[in-house]
Structures are given as structure tokens and as C-alpha cells.
Write a protein that binds this ligand. Sequence first.
Ligand code: PMP
Length: 392
Amino acid sequence: MLEALNPQPQDKILQLIQMYKDDPRDNKIDLGVGVYKDATGLTPVMRAVKAAEKKLWETEKTKTYTGLAGEPAYNVAMVKMILGDGYADRAASVATPGGTGAIRQALELIKLASPTATVWLSNPTWPNHPSIIKYLGMNMAEYRYFDAATRGIDFAGLIEDLGRVKAGDAVLLHGCCHNPTGANLNADQWAEVAKLLLAKGAIPFVDLAYQGFGDGLEADAASTRLIAETFPEVLIAASCSKNFGIYRERTGILIALGEASRRAITQGNLNFLNRQNYSFPPDHGARLVTMILEDDTLRADWKAELEEVRLNMLTLRQSLADELRRATNSDRFDFVATHRGMFSRLGLTEAQVNILREQHGIYMVGDSRINIAGLNAKTVPILAKAIAQLAA
Ligand code: PMP
């Protein structure tokens, strides 16, 4: 049987990690993989996570199974963090293995309810979105998103494309910190998109993987909250990988908002999907998140550290934009300072990306997405100079 399998295409980012590992140069710079790193290149365990782990080790009495939807307290705390109060009667939810698990379960829920629905994705988007949709055999369409000339949003193109959405289609929206571009809709644009999609009868599907990495924990939830208030039905797939720094613990949640009278049936279907795919969701990361969100001291410390992380990335953005201004004697790269989140798409050609890697040991994804957190005060001017040389 196994001989019938064909080789899978290599994941480009994982390939890049390997190339970086194999590069013997001391001065190489990794701007590829999407994890936060501090100035020393470490992806630290956050202080509140360590403290919660210690407390958990001391107090945990059993590791018997949790519920199919996860521990109810986790779901309550996450719905509150993402949406605020007032959703208890409309929100069905399940804990999932990471944000990816939530996306997968959301897509399976769409398929279960409406097998012929089309799922709309921004062009570009996180490559795992189309990959999972294709694997599930679902219909998919793209809407314009990124303007390669300005490195901002192609809003006219986006509105034109979303004008073709049919009633019952699902439209995937990055709640904040768009991956891979770093370009985000402003509040007025979000309102216009919401108005259009509501008129079309679409189901918004929000991917919220970076809450707290853009403009702040509350500010980054604003667009998701607007969507939740506006639409009768909404799916939200959220990840705790980045904002709690617990990547490998696989901690996420899928929230399905709908009519209160349908909540129990929706919840039953979410539980069913968990049961089919992996039975009980992982608990360790979810439990740490719950402990942190429920404890005033831990929560305050976590928020403070998350804010340090966010401000560190903003400082790096501003200094990279400043250095690029100096090095290129132009404002062509000012967009780096206005982008938000961990990534910016620089708008370089694949050939230029290859030159940066081969000649300078600077590693970024082929579409010229850089991980801002891969930089530090020392490497910012090195990157700026190398980019300026390309343009010269
Ligand atoms: N959505 C987006 C846009 C992402 O960038 C990521 C992580 N790279 C995820 C979802 C999923 O994250 P995880 O499964 O690691 O929680």
C-alpha cells in the first residue's frame, strides 16, 4: 500500500529552516520562520507561563480525560478575551490543537453544514489555508488584498472581488496582523467590508492568530468584535501559540457564533468533529492559558510581557524603516513602519530574495516576507544596506 504514495511537495518554510541550519556562515540572519524571538534570538517561555506551570505541577491531581470541547473554563476565558462579555448564549466553542486545529475544524464544520459553499481567501494568505481547503476537497476562491506597488491594501480590488461572494459562502479574514503581508484594513475599511458581506449573506470566518502582536490585546480584537456584533453567524479560529508563546503546546479554540436557539446543536457538532479527529483536545496549554487569564497577578504580568514583545517589534519596524530611508535615500520602504504584526512583505523579487540569501546570508521566505522579530539592533542596518544594494 505505502508504495502507492507520492512524495508531498516540501513545505517552503521548513525547507528554508533547513537551508539556514546548513549554512556555515556566522553572520547569517534568519527572518524566515514565524516565531517571536528576543534580541538574543531566543523564543522565551513567558514569565506567567512558567509561574502557571509551577503552580499546575504543585496542584494538579489527575490527568484523566477532559471534555470533548476541552475544559469549560478555558472556553469561557478565551471567548471573553477575544469577544468581551455578552456572548454566552450565542457562542459554541471547542478547544483545538493550536490555531491550525481550529481552522481545520472550522472548515470541516462548513463542509458538514454546507458542502458546496465556497471559502474565500485573501491573495496572498497563510499557505496552510488553501492547502487544508484543497485537502478537504472544498470550493475555494480568492479576493484581491495586497497592492504590490504600495505594499498596502488593494481596497478597490478587494471590494470588487468580495462583491462576487454568494449567500452562504464563507469569507476568511485575518482578524489582525495579516500573514504574510503585514498590511491590515483600517477601521473604516473593516466597517465597509462588514457592510458588504452582510448584504451578501456571507459567513465571516476570522483567523485570529496574533492578538496582542499588532496594536494591543484589545485593539487587535476590535475587528473580530465588530464582525461578531454585525453578523448572525460567525466562525472564529484563534491561536494561543504566539501571544502566550506556547507554540508546541498546541493551544487554540474554534468559536461558532449563531442563534441562541441553535447553540446546543452547533456545540454538539463541534464536539462530534473533535471526537472524529482526535477525541479530546490537548489540555496542558489550555490550562496554562486559563490559569493566567483567571488570576489577576498572572494576567497582569502576562499582559505586561506581551506588551514588551509588541513594542519590541514596533521599535524594530521603525528602526528598519529609518535605516532603509537612509540607505536607499527614499521613502519607498516607509510601509515597514505602518505594517503590523510579526511579518512584512517587502515586495522584492524571488531573484532578489535569493541574492540576499546567497550573498549576505539573509534568509526570508521567497515572497519576501520577513519576520520582524528575527531582527535586532545590530542586524537592522545590515539588512537595510543589503536591500539598498539590490536596488542600486
Ligand atoms: N493562522 C495564521 C495566519 C498563522 O500565521 C498561524 C501560524 N503560523 C496559524 C493560523 C496557526 O498557528 P498554530 O497552529 O501554530 O497555533
